[in-house]
Design a binder for this molecule. Structure first.
Ligand code: UGA
Length: 428
């Protein structure tokens, strides 16, 4: 079997998943992070992110001696044949990606790398970063490649182990092949290309997904005006294989740590290149508009004025299956509701008041009953499947108003009606 010594810099979502999965493919992986506490916990197989299958893989890798965690880049890269950069690239000034963490990691490793090492950008970085990293390395005996990661939170391990495709780009001969060989056991379609194209693939894919969702949300708005049902429209569209059934669910707007950041970053990249990417601007604006439409929908459902209304929010995470609140549409909507004077009590199965990112806008409670008690309306903001099977009649009995606003079209309308509740969905 083809086994390599791999270093992964950054034990965040992408880094930790990549490290654990690469170890499970048989490679020897050292994963570095600057957070000492995190490294200590990971050595004990304690994974703080909510990701199915990840704790087990970490445990397995540690037990097999194929996975190690260290503090600091320098302790990870010395013997590595391939070094993955998986550090955060948050939204910086004007929407452009902030590359400070990438630059710091490169500065720390540059004199320690063995000749022939391939340094791989896995973080989503602007076009030209591979060339920039090569410059910063100041070495002519190491190589740089770009290998974007397409995993989704909540199904990261599955997405890594069963990818739709592997994309690797490099301008150095054989570097892309050496990186793609690490994934050979996955048997996935592999596309090799130049570094700039690989860097663009990730932005292009995420922005296309955002555009697809903005399109669906805009169609949903039109459906409401025309008396059509978006579920029927998307089902009818989705059978066209060129469109596909997935990523067509309307909602409170798209969010999370990737789509908002990447749409703004690509817009910046386009602007800097003198390209007026109007379609992308419209995609972002449509998403902003979606939150305003949802606020008006909720206001309408409680009589027009939100001031002094008690609302029970169901879900705070940016999507089901995660406890991640970064750029969560639910939080954005909570902030807007609060600004209009509503009183908010929220329940999310994965979130407590102590979770990083929870704001003073909401009081987080431990069960749905507390969120429903005396509420003028319940508002579903995250599509947790367990909300479907709640005892809606019992909840209705404790509410002041008999209204549910389902921004994810998650609940069964007949069940709500039988429970005596009026429901408002999106696009129907
Ligand atoms: C996204 C991409 O889907 C991944 O391919 C990519 O690797 C990742 O970003 C990244 O760049 O790292 P993720 O942010 O985990 O993954 O979340 P998604 O599942 O894409 O959801 C994004 C947002 O769209 C969420 O707010 C979700 O609720 C919303 N959404 C998704 C909808 O409103 N409707 C849908 O049909 C699907």
């Amino acid at each position: 079997m083809f086994v390599r010594r791999v270093a992964v810099v950054g034990a965040g979502y992408v880094g930790l998943t990549s490290a654990a999965c690469l170890a499970s493919l048989g490679h020897h992986v050292i994963c570095a992070d600057i957070d000492e506490k995190k490294v200590e916990q990971l050595r004990g197989a304690q994974v703080s992110i909510f990701e199915p299958g990840l704790p087990e893989l970490v445990q397995e890798g540690l037990a097999a001696g194929r996975l190690e965690f260290v503090v600091g880049v320098r302790n990870a890269v010395r013997d590595a044949e391939v070094v993955f950069l998986c550090v955060p690239t948050p939204m910086g000034e004007g929407g452009a990606a902030d590359l400070k963490a990438v630059e710091a990691a490169v500065a720390e490793m540059k004199d320690l790398l063995a000749p022939g090492t391939v340094v791989v950008n896995k973080s989503t970085v602007p076009v030209g970063t591979a060339a920039r990293v090569l410059e910063l390395l100041e070495r002519d005996d190491v190589f740089v490649a770009s290998n974007p990661e397409f995993l989704r939170e909540g199904s990261a391990v599955r997405d890594f182990m069963h990818p739709d495709r592997i994309v690797v780009g490099s301008d150095a001969q054989n570097a892309a092949e050496r990186v793609s060989a690490l994934y050979a056991r996955l048997g996935a379609p592999t596309v090799l290309m130049d570094a700039a194209s690989a860097e663009l693939v990730k932005y292009s894919a995420n922005c296309f997904l955002a555009m697809k969702l903005s399109y669906v949300n805009a169609m949903a708005e039109l459906c409401e005006r025309l008396g059509a049902d978006i579920a029927n429209v998307t089902e009818g569209m989705g059978f066209d294989q060129r469109i596909g059934q997935s990523f067509l669910q309307p909602g409170p707007g798209w969010g999370g740590s990737c789509l908002p950041k990447d749409t703004h970053a690509l817009l910046q990249i386009a602007e800097a290149a003198g390209h007026d990417f109007e379609l992308l601007t419209a995609t972002i604006n449509t998403n902003e508009k979606q939150s305003r439409l949802i606020i008006r929908k909720i206001a309408g459902a409680v009589g027009g004025d939100l001031s002094g209304k008690k609302l029970g929010l169901l879900g705070l995470a940016f999507k089901a299956g995660t406890n991640d609140l970064r750029d969560s549409p639910a939080l954005k909507i909570a902030k807007m509701l609060k600004a209009e004077g509503a009183e908010l009590v929220a329940y999310d199965p994965a979130i407590t008041q102590a979770v990083e990112g929870v704001t003073d806008d909401v009081t987080v409670v431990d069960d749905v009953q507390q969120a429903a008690k005396d509420a003028n309306a319940l508002v579903v903001l995250t599509e947790w499947p367990q909300f479907r099977s709640l005892d809606w009649a019992a909840l209705a009995g404790t509410m002041t108003g008999q209204v549910v606003v389902d921004t994810r079209n998650l609940l069964d309308v007949d069940v709500l009606t039988r429970a005596g509740l009026t429901s408002h969905g999106v696009g129907r």
